[in-house]
Design a protein around this ligand. Structure first.
Ligand code: HAM
Length: 408
């Protein structure tokens, strides 16, 4: 991504950082590649692990993988460092999955996300879901549908799984080719299958939501009540199982209604109360989400709001100096020290070339020093967004004048 295009990306990550940090989440930076086994724990029967991992042996014979997601790395770091709980972290970075690239689906893609470990409180699920919701609103993605489900836990899932297996056995011949061959290992995967045959065949399948144990039902009711109380609108989707194996209880997805339905998963997550234990740590509940940056940008673009997302990057002032260059050197330094975004031309360019550069830079103000201004110790301030508006001030007052005009 070239600097000219990365403004919205930067705005989006900055908005996420602001929202996560305002809620007490601290930035975690995990390695881009780790031991293959770290990621295998996200699910032996998932496409992410079975088909899509970029794994390789390094010169020391270690079997490594580029991270396909971040949750497993965060859990690995938690087990290694044992921070006090509840432990809340956020992240931003690239992930890698070997999939067929298409619009909204890439082999290297970026996510922002949060993980909260060490509390089973359903109000934490509400906090997590709400932060994602707040993020989409903040970046201008308004056409987002929140899908919500509960996948039960180790107490009620096994009985449900048997029911589902029995149903799928009865309907085996109606399933897609892949699932006719195998579904025993993870029958829930069939509910997530996008092939029309499977979609139709599972329409009448038993639903986990109807078979929750009392604790899971109470947990789900509290999550729903919390979202209702915060005014967050959601749709119950009983077929939402998500593409990773570690989920328990609450699962959710944000669907981008402005995008083609095949790739409209803007982000998603849920509880994973068994993952820390399964990865060799002390039994510790967890909940989190990851939001696809690339897809969110596509959604914001489809809603025509991409430009405003990049506005934070805009230059405040461009110094045009055709009186020798001393002012360009010193004034840009003063402006930057005062917290403004400022730039200038180099190489003693002509006034015309410098004004052109100032226009191209997108700066709000041009600060002009020609021989006359230099002789009088003044700077001409030209508003590049409102043509014709020009004023001359003493060089010593120019930073304050810029502050007054820009209102910061
Ligand atoms: P995920 O659903 O696999 O969940 O990915 C989350 C988001 O990343 C998706 O909704 C999508 O926007 C984006 N994404 C995934 N694959 C691609 C791709 N190939 N190209 C572009 N975007 C993509 C997770 O990764 C879990 N770790 C989420 C989580 C965190 N659950 C609990 N904590």
């Amino acid at each position: 991504m070239m600097p000219a295009d990365s403004g919205p990306w930067e705005g989006l990550v900055a908005a996420f950082a602001r929202i996560a940090e305002a809620a007490g989440y601290g930035l975690i930076i995990t390695p881009t590649f780790e031991d293959l086994a770290v990621f295998q724990r996200v699910g032996a029967s998932t496409d992410v692990v079975r088909k899509e991992m970029y794994d390789f042996k390094d010169k020391g014979g270690r079997h490594l993988a580029l991270r396909p997601e971040v949750t497993a790395s965060v859990v690995r770091a938690f087990i290694q460092h044992r921070p006090p709980v509840p432990w809340k972290s956020w992240y931003a970075g690239s992930n890698f999955r070997y999939e067929r690239p298409q619009a909204g689906r890439y082999r290297e893609f970026r996510q922002v996300g949060i993980e909260a470990l060490g509390s089973a409180d359903p109000d934490l699920d509400v906090e997590v879901v709400a932060l994602g919701w707040e993020f989409y609103a903040a970046v201008g993605a308004s056409r987002v549908e929140l899908l919500l489900n509960s996948l039960g836990d180790g107490n009620c899932r096994p009985a449900y799984r048997s029911l589902l297996l029995a149903y799928l056995n009865d309907h085996r011949s109606e399933l897609c080719e892949e699932h006719q061959g195998r579904f025993e290992e993870n029958p829930l995967r069939v509910l997530d299958c996008k092939k029309p045959a499977c979609k139709e065949a599972v329409a009448g399948a038993p639903r986990q939501l109807d078979h929750l144990c009392d604790d899971c039902a109470a947990h789900f009711a509290r999550v729903r009540a919390g979202l209702d109380s915060l005014g967050i609108v959601y749709t119950i989707d009983t077929s939402l199982v998500r593409g990773l194996d570690y989920y328990t209880r609450t699962t959710f997805e944000y669907a981008g209604l402005a995008l083609d339905s095949a790739q409209n998963g803007l982000g998603g997550g849920g509880r994973y109360d068994g993952l820390v234990g399964a990865m060799g740590g002390p039994e510790t509940p967890g909940v989190g989400f990851a939001l696809g940056v690339d897809r969110t940008l596509l959604a914001v673009q489809a809603e025509g709001r991409l430009e405003s997302l990049g506005e934070g990057r805009q230059l405040d002032a461009f110094v045009v100096d055709f009186a020798g260059g001393d002012s360009a050197r010193d004034l840009t330094a003063r402006l930057r020290a005062a917290g403004f975004k400022a730039d200038r031309a180099f190489d003693g360019r002509s006034p015309k070339a410098q004004f052109k550069a100032a226009d191209r830079s997108g700066a709000r103000l041009a600060l002009v020093i020609g021989p006359d201004e230099a002789a009088r110790g003044q700077v001409a301030i030209k508003d590049l967004k409102q043509s014709g508006d020009q004023e001359t001030v003493a060089a010593s007052d120019v930073v304050e004048e810029v502050r007054q005009r820009l209102g910061h």
